[in-house]
Design a protein around this ligand. Structure first.
Ligand SMILES: [Zn+2]
Length: 197
């Protein structure tokens, strides 16, 4: 017989919310809840306050989807998109914001990013193609994870943009198959960017 943990409805409600977090399974969610039950009231208050601030003070960039503190924003754009030094003719499509941080750390990429939102694929494709038509985007780099999902997404984007006058490239070799960009080291990312085709 499988032993099943019986939680009170109040605790269970929170477990169900934590389970929605990326990489958090039921067991971890339960640990979080037990941790909170034992925590001081002040620590719980800090957590509630921090979550509230996250939603009040952090917004997503209108163009690339990167998060930013609202006081740093310029016309709804993040610091990268509103930076005139960035090369607006090259757009790097990534799956997660953490990939942006990984690529930025190499200091090798001077273009703009576009964080793919899987919940809004049609709208995302439209946004990309509009940008290509209206602005002078010359190259779209698909810096997607070398996983099944990443490959399928690359195909979808290629098909929908193939009639437009834009060069579509993908990261070169070096990224481990099935791996994720966020875990790749700077050298690997740099050579994958240089070797794009
Ligand atoms: Zn942006």
């Amino acid at each position: 017989m499988v032993w099943k943990l019986m939680l009170s409805p109040t605790a269970q409600k929170l477990v169900d919310l934590f389970v929605k977090f990326p990489t958090v399974g039921r067991r971890t969610a339960q640990r979080f809840v037990f941790y909170l039950i034992k925590s001081d009231q002040s620590e719980v208050n800090d957590l509630i306050e921090a979550i509230k601030n996250l939603k009040n003070k952090i917004k997503l960039c209108d163009w690339c989807g990167k998060s930013y503190e609202t006081e740093q924003q310029i016309n709804g754009l993040c610091a990268i998109c509103s930076n005139n030094q960035r090369d607006k003719t090259v757009v790097c499509v990534i799956e997660k914001e953490v990939d942006l941080e990984t690529i930025e750390k190499t200091g090798q990429f001077k273009g703009l990013y576009f964080i793919w939102d899987t919940n809004n694929e049609e709208q995302q494709l439209k946004k990309l193609s509009n940008r290509i038509k209206k602005e002078t985007v010359k190259e779209i780099i698909l810096a997607l994870d070398p996983t099944m999902d990443g490959r399928q997404l690359a195909l979808k984007i290629q098909r929908s943009l193939e009639t437009l006058a834009v060069k579509l490239t993908q990261l070169g070799r070096g990224l481990p198959v099935g791996g994720e960009i966020e875990y790749a080291d700077q050298e690997t990312i740099t050579s994958a960017l240089e070797g794009r085709k």
